[in-house]
Design a protein around this ligand. Structure first.
Ligand SMILES: [Fe+2]
Length: 385
């Protein structure tokens, strides 16, 4: 349980406690609340810089025969039971022989640097269906998979069907994506095939960005905690508002954990939709957040190789990819399998973040398209995750 996770709690506990005490003192004096300025930097492995990793081996695990044997046994058991991949639950995909390893990988994602790379999935050894079942089954040991779009896909295929058309969901086009988070708690991606060229992955720690902003431009941190309304880009259910009623904080603190949620294009679409421009301070805060997250000494970049799977904490890390050019042959096109995983309360999240993420991902509904037909574009970039 989260309460048994000392690393993350310790990192931000001090700042939270100081804030709480200061607020309580002000309240007891009858003073009006003012902007919190008692935030403290986060110390610990979650606030990493790329230079902390001398080689990819520092964040990678090379899978071995014991892992493959466990995966095979679970695959066979589920095939024999006649289960469909997206129906598999954690209790169905038993990995008893490698329980300690799986727990260590999960702990790293939850309490450590926030991500782990599992290397050497034998992508050539399995059919795509079998590979998907193994990946999905392993994912159930990290969290509960939810729908990634109106199509209801819980085992997502990150591949180009929309070219450079920015109306198509980001995971289905080939445009460059700015650093963002997805609408879930954890994300996993398994590279099956690379593009002809491009498609370099990038990851930044929100804890590092927060620390750097706090040290250099603390006045720009508070607008991020205050948050922004988000556009639903046509994926809301009938009857739901187009724009979130609540402000979703880019940075939020809850239960001693600092979390992030961020898609700038959705923030700008919401402002356009409502005809309420962001303030100069808000734009400056977002610009600086973007600038900081993209700095070479903040963003870790690498090209995912076939057989590599990354599991990462979407509450702690931002991610992106560069644009790519692909083959015409569909069988050669870039393909990553993706999971959106929910922790169901295991990580404390601010109520507005919880409300934004929901519990079931993006709910499938009639007309289940990932193509946006509205007019509320933000500036540049691709839209969505
Ligand atoms: Fe994404």
């Amino acid at each position: 349980m989260w309460s048994a996770e000392p690393a993350v709690k310790t990192e931000s506990e001090m700042g939270t406690e100081v804030t709480k005490v200061a607020e309580a003192v002000r309240r007891s004096r009858g003073e009006t609340m003012r902007t919190v300025t008692t935030r403290q930097p986060i110390r610990g492995r979650s606030a990493w810089h790329p230079n902390d990793f001398k080689t990819p081996a520092a964040y990678s695990v090379t899978l071995n025969n014991a892992h493959f044997k466990a995966f095979d046994a679970a695959l066979v058991a589920n095939r024999q039971a006649g289960r469909k991949t997206e129906d598999i639950m954690c209790a169905d995909f038993l990995l008893d022989a490698i329980t300690a390893d799986v727990a260590a990988w999960r702990d790293e994602v939850m309490m450590g640097r926030g991500f782990v790379m599992l290397d050497r999935f034998p992508t050539d050894h399995y059919s795509l269906d079998d590979l998907g079942m193994i990946f999905y089954g392993l994912g159930t040991h990290f969290g509960r998979a939810v729908s990634q779009s109106s199509m209801g896909d819980r085992l997502g295929h990150v591949t180009d069907v929309g070219g450079r058309d920015r109306r198509e969901r980001a995971y289905r086009n080939s445009r460059e994506l700015t650093l963002h988070t997805d609408r879930c708690d954890l994300v996993a991606m398994l590279c099956v095939r690379q593009a002809m060229s491009g498609g370099v992955s990038g990851y930044s720690s929100a804890h590092t960005i927060y620390n750097e902003m706090l040290a250099t431009r603390p006045e720009l941190v508070e607008p991020l905690f205050n948050g922004f309304q988000y556009h639903r880009r046509g994926e809301q259910l009938p009857g739901e508002p187009i724009v979130t009623p609540e402000r979703v904080p880019v940075l939020s603190e809850c239960g001693g954990a600092l979390s992030t949620a961020y898609i700038r294009s959705y923030i700008e679409m919401a402002a356009n939709e409502q005809g309420t421009p962001l303030s100069d301070l808000e734009v400056a805060a977002l610009d600086y957040f973007d600038e900081m997250s993209n700095r070479d000494d903040v963003k870790l970049t690498f090209m995912m190789e076939p057989g590599q799977a990354i599991f990462f904490n979407n509450c702690m890390l931002l991610h992106n990819r560069t644009n790519f050019d692909d083959y015409d042959d569909p069988a050669r096109k870039r393909l990553l399998l993706r999971l959106w995983l929910m922790l169901d309360g295991m990580r404390p999240l601010a109520p507005a973040v919880q409300a934004y993420k929901g519990t079931e991902g993006i709910q499938p509904h009639e007309g289940n398209s990932t193509y946006y037909r509205g007019s509320a574009f933000g500036r540049g970039g691709s839209i969505g995750a």
